[in-house]
Design a protein around this ligand. Structure first.
Ligand code: SF4
Ligand code: SF4
Ligand code: SF4
Length: 225
C-alpha cells in the first residue's frame, strides 16, 4: 500500500460541515446538543463525538470588511506522533502512515490523558466508549476488503469526509499525487491570495495531512509546531 496523504484545501471550504456529519456516520458517533454562543462554529470544539471540526476564524481585511477563514481541524497523522510516546502499545502507525488508536492492544491504558500528549490537543475522551478517540484517516476504507460504495470515481479508496465534500476541499491519495495537487492549487490561488501557502502542521516533519491556506497561518490561530 502506498504512502497516503491528505490535502485539506481551506480555500475551497464553504463550511457546509458535510465532512463532520459523514465522519460521525462512518464512526457511528451520535449527535451532540449544543448552544449558540455567537459563532457559527458548531460544535464549539472537537469532542469524543466529533473527530473533525470546521473552525471559523474571523478577521478584518484591508478594507475593514469582516471575513471568515475556515480551518478544517483534525489529527495531523504526524510522522513522529507524540501520542505514541504517551501510549506506545495503544497507538499504531499503519503501512500507509495513518496514526490509529488500537484500544484492543492496550485496553488497560485507554485512559492515559492523551489531550496533553498531543501538541495539537486532538484526542478527546468518549465517555460512552470509555476511551480516547480521534480521526483515524478512515483506515479501514483503505483495506483490500473495502466495499466499492466507500470509494470515489469508481474505485479510488477514500475517506468518508472526502467522499462527502461537495467542493473537493478534501483530497487524498499517494503522497506524490497529493503534494503535486497542493502545489498546483497553490499556484492558482496565489493569483487571488498572494499570501497563500501550504501548511505542514504535523509534529516531527511533514505529516500525512497538509493544508492549503489562503492567508498566513497566524490568521487561522495556528502555531509553528
Ligand atoms: S496530531 Fe496529535 S493525536 Fe494526531 S498523530 Fe499527531 S500527536 Fe498523535
Ligand atoms: S478521515 Fe475519516 S476519521 Fe478522519 S475526519 Fe475524515 S471521516 Fe473522520
Ligand atoms: S464538506 Fe468540504 S466544504 Fe463542507 S465543511 Fe467539510 S471540507 Fe468544508
Amino acid at each position: 500500500m502506498a504512502n497516503i496523504m491528505m490535502l485539506l484545501d481551506t480555500s475551497r471550504c464553504i463550511a457546509c460541515r458535510a465532512c463532520q456529519v459523514a465522519c460521525k456516520q462512518w464512526h457511528s458517533l451520535p449527535a451532540e446538543q449544543t448552544n449558540f454562543t455567537g459563532t457559527y462554529q458548531n460544535p464549539p470544539d472537537l469532542s469524543g463525538k466529533n473527530l473533525t471540526l470546521i473552525r471559523f476564524n474571523e478577521f478584518l481585511d484591508k478594507k475593514g470588511m469582516p471575513r471568515w477563514l475556515f480551518f478544517i481541524d483534525r489529527c495531523r497523522h504526524c510522522v513522529t506522533p507524540r501520542c505514541k510516546d504517551a501510549c506506545p502499545d495503544g497507538v499504531e502507525i499503519t503501512e500507509e502512515g495513518f496514526v490509529v488508536f488500537n484500544h484492543e492492544a492496550n485496553p488497560e491504558n485507554c485512559r492515559i490523558p492523551m489531550e496533553s500528549a498531543c501538541p495539537y490537543n486532538i484526542p478527546r475522551f468518549n465517555e460512552d466508549l470509555d476511551q480516547y478517540v480521534k480521526c483515524d484517516f478512515c483506515f479501514d476504507r483503505f483495506k483490500p476488503s473495502a466495499k466499492p460504495i466507500t470509494m470515489k470515481n469508481g474505485g479510488k479508496p477514500t475517506t468518508a469526509c472526502e467522499l462527502a465534500c461537495p467542493v473537493g476541499a478534501i483530497f487524498t491519495g499517494d503522497y506524490r499525487t497529493v503534494l503535486g495537487e497542493a502545489v498546483n492549487r497553490l499556484n492558482e490561488l496565489r493569483s487571488t491570495y498572494p499570501n497563500a501557502n501550504i501548511y505542514f502542521g504535523g509534529y516531527g516533519g511533514i505529516g500525512h495531512v497538509i493544508w492549503l491556506l489562503a492567508e498566513e497561518p497566524t490568521k487561522y490561530n495556528l502555531g509553528t509546531i
